[in-house]
Each structure stands twice: as structure tokens, then as C-alpha cells.
Design a protein around this ligand. Structure first.
Ligand SMILES: Cc1ncc(COP(=O)(O)O)c(C=O)c1O
Length: 415
């Protein structure tokens, strides 16, 4: 892309024609005609294969009932789906499982990291991290007298907060309000130099930007299945534990599915080998069937192509803002540099809730986060550059005509 001249819609068409991932869009249901969905950061598009997978499951349920546990592949799904996701996370197949929610997996990971680092009793995190994650950490330390959380204030450096009392540095890779992305490798290396472990929440990065979990030396990671990963509303989350730690952890949240041999119904808990011990209860079989349709796509894409196209879509928004094509009063809340951004691009506007509501009425689905952020969640698998162009053009019209002032939009959009 020539960055000295203004970008045109035709340039976007050329980018789409040259897109090595263009065929993947056909693997997703199109959604409502005329609607431009930029909420990949919330609920990603529906893989077409989800329907067939769910049909198969419903049929198995009808025919097999209890026998499904032994005669179908229900029980193996957490491990099987995890192995298919591993490449896009930069992990190995035996380091990822798909199960539970991100909050629950975070609890397991934080508890494990604390236990693996005895003699240290502090969790370093950020005050502005995703609230659910903070709630998990707050209540975990309450249960273990002597442990505490040190919260770094917004914009503060993580490094100075890590000392010889720090057991674990727990961070979201990407800020959920403005997409600012931490460098997992650098922070992990510095944490390790000081004897601390790392737990990463990749919810706003996985499936969009590199996680490089193995290469970065990360100890633990978790993330949502329903956002960029396209596992469906309420999809199970995923959990990564570096192979070197797996067999050293005695899970705090233990359950029969993590037992070495659940169906002997032993009185005492013996943790299973490897990632198995991080399972707790019965897998969400129906949800896994939908999620597997997405995992099957992730197992086939080249991660580098996903990250390159994602960067290109985000850079396009940056350029359109720069050339004044996004309308008056709007500015960039995210970094200009693609390697400093996560899965979405956030724009700033003083009346963001009303603007997001007006965008919705113009069939552009974006999202709002306080105080003034308008988020466009981008997917390399199914978004085209021309769709970004069209969405930003509709935004410009709304801002130029001040449509957002319409009383219909006064209450704004909360989610
Ligand atoms: C960064 C982050 N962490 C955690 C969560 C919560 O995930 P779950 O509802 O699966 O626990 C979210 C949900 O949006 C999130 O964005």
C-alpha cells in the first residue's frame, strides 16, 4: 500500500483480491444481508460446519444417550480441540485444553503459579485489567492469608512492580478498552529474571495477533473461545500450561475429569498426566461441537497469514482516520503500530455510546467501552478491506450529519 496518497475503496478491492485468506470467508455464515459486523472481539462469526457438527451431536444424543461417553468422542474433546488450537496460539498440541470459562481457567492458572512459587506471595497485575480477571485474583488471595495483589496503575510500567516477593505476573495481553498490546516475550523474560511466573489472558489477541506462547517462555495462559476464535456464544475457553510445569502442579480446583482414572471412582484424587489434570468436570459436549467447527478452521490456517492480514485491516482504519475519512471529532484510541495493537481498533469520540447506537441503526455493529471508546473487532478469516472501508464511511456520515444526536440514541449502547 502506498502510504503517501489517500487510500481509496478501489485500493481496498485490490487488497482483497490479493488476500491469501480470502477463501476462508466462505466457511462462515454471512449474517444479515447489508449488516457489517465488527464485533469479532465479542462474538465471532459462525462457522458453517457448526450446524453439521451440532446436528451430529443431537443425533448422537438421541440415539446414544449414556453410551455417547464411551462410543463417541465426547470425552476427548477438551484435549482434541486444544491440539487444533495450539498452532494459532504458538503452543504445542499437548499444552492446550479447551474447557470451562476464561475466569475459571484463570483461577486454576493463578492458583497453580502461586503453588509453584512457594515463599513468594504477591500477584502483580494492572488496575485496568478486565474486571472479571481482577475479581478472580482478589478472591483467590482472600482465601490464602498472606497473599496479596499489587496493581499497577494505568499507563505504569510493569517491571518496577516485580520484585523478590512476586510469585506471578498476571496480565491481559490486550487492553479490552483500547487494544494496547503487551509484549509477552519481554515481560515474561523480565519476570523470569526476577524469579516470577507469568499468567497471560489472550482473550483479545488469540486468533488475531501472535501469542507465541512457547517462543516467549510463557508459563500459563487462558482465553475466550467465543471472540476471534469463533467458537460460538458462550463457547468454552482454553487453557495453556507450559509442558515443563504440567506434572508439577497439584490442581486447586480438582474434579473427576482431571483424575488419572476417573471411572475407577477412587476415593482419593490422583492427578492425571499432563494437561488432563487441569480438567475439572464433565465437558460441555454440545458447546464443544460448535467450537470444534472453528478449531478445524484454525488447524488449517497459516498463523503468519492471519496475523499479516489482521494488521493490514487495522492499519486501514488507522489510515482512514489519518486522512480524515472517519469523520469529525473522532481520533485513534489504539496504537498506530500494528504490533502494539490487539484484535480490535478503538476510536475515541466524546459521545461514543450514542455513536455506537447510531452505527447499529446504520447496520454497522461495533461496540462501546467507557469512557469514550468505539471498538471495531477485526477478523482476518472473514473480513474484507472493503467492508472496513464501508463501515468507516458510514461512521463518517453519522459524525458529519450528527445523526448520533437523535433522541433514539440518547441511551447509547451498553454492550
Ligand atoms: C480479557 C477478558 N478476560 C476474561 C473474560 C471473561 O471470560 P469468561 O466469561 O469466559 O470467564 C473476558 C470476557 O469478555 C475478557 O474480555
Amino acid at each position: 500500500m502506498d502510504i503517501t496518497t489517500a487510500i481509496t475503496r478501489q485500493d481496498c478491492e485490490s487488497l482483497d483480491q490479493a488476500d491469501p485468506l480470502h477463501a476462508f470467508a466462505a466457511e462462515f455464515e454471512p449474517g444479515e444481508k447489508g449488516t457489517l459486523y465488527f464485533d469479532a472481539n465479542s462474538v465471532g462469526a459462525m462457522p458453517r460446519a457448526a450446524r453439521a457438527n451440532l446436528d451430529r451431536l443431537l443425533s448422537e444424543w438421541r440415539r446414544m444417550r449414556r453410551r455417547g461417553w464411551s462410543e463417541s468422542d465426547w470425552l476427548d474433546a477438551p484435549r482434541r480441540l486444544g491440539a487444533k488450537l495450539a498452532p494459532i496460539l504458538g503452543a504445542s498440541a499437548d499444552e492446550v485444553i479447551v474447557c470451562d470459562t476464561t475466569s475459571v481457567n484463570l483461577f486454576k492458572a493463578l492458583a497453580a503459579a502461586l503453588a509453584l512459587n512457594p515463599g513468594r506471595n504477591r500477584i502483580v497485575s494492572e488496575a485496568a485489567t478486565f474486571p472479571s480477571d481482577l475479581y478472580v485474583a482478589q478472591e483467590l488471595v482472600r482465601a490464602f492469608p498472606g497473599t496479596a495483589i499489587d496493581l499497577v496503575d494505568e499507563g505504569g510500567a510493569i517491571d518496577p512492580a516485580v520484585d523478590d516477593r512476586t510469585a506471578v505476573v498476571y496480565l491481559s495481553q490486550v487492553d479490552y478498552r483500547n487494544a494496547t498490546r503487551h509484549d509477552i516475550s519481554t515481560i515474561t523474560r523480565r519476570a523470569h529474571e526476577r524469579g516470577a511466573m507469568t499468567v497471560w489472558d489472550l482473550s483479545h489477541g488469540a486468533g488475531a495477533v501472535p501469542g507465541d506462547l512457547d517462543a516467549s517462555g510463557a508459563d500459563f495462559a487462558v482465553g475466550c473461545g467465543y471472540k476471534y476464535l469463533c467458537g460460538g456464544p458462550g463457547a468454552p475457553a482454553w487453557m495453556f500450561v507450559a509442558r515443563r510445569h504440567q506434572d508439577k502442579v497439584r490442581p486447586l480446583l480438582a474434579g473427576w475429569m482431571g483424575h488419572n482414572d476417573p471411572f475407577v471412582f477412587a476415593r482419593d484424587y490422583t492427578p492425571g498426566a499432563g494437561m488432563k489434570r487441569f480438567l475439572v468436570g464433565t465437558p460441555a459436549v454440545l458447546a464443544n461441537a460448535a467450537m470444534e467447527a472453528a478449531c478445524d478452521i484454525w488447524a488449517r490456517v497459516a498463523p503468519a497469514a492471519v496475523f499479516a492480514k489482521h494488521a493490514s485491516l487495522g492499519d486501514l482504519i488507522v489510515r482512514l482516520v489519518d486522512q480524515g475519512a472517519a469523520g469529525p471529532g473522532v481520533s485513534l484510541a489504539s496504537s498506530r503500530e500494528s504490533d502494539r495493537r490487539g484484535g480490535f481498533v478503538a476510536l475515541r469520540h466524546p459521545h461514543a455510546p450514542q455513536v455506537v447506537a447510531a452505527l447499529g441503526a446504520a447496520n454497522v455493529i461495533a461496540s462501546y467501552r467507557p469512557p469514550d471508546s468505539i471498538r471495531f473487532g477485526l477478523s482476518a478469516l472473514y473480513h474484507r478491506h472493503v467492508e472496513v472501508w464501508d463501515a468507516i464511511e458510514r461512521l463518517a456520515q453519522i459524525l458529519a450529519r450528527e445523526t448520533w444526536r437523535d433522541p433514539r440514541f440518547a441511551a447509547g449502547k451498553k454492550i
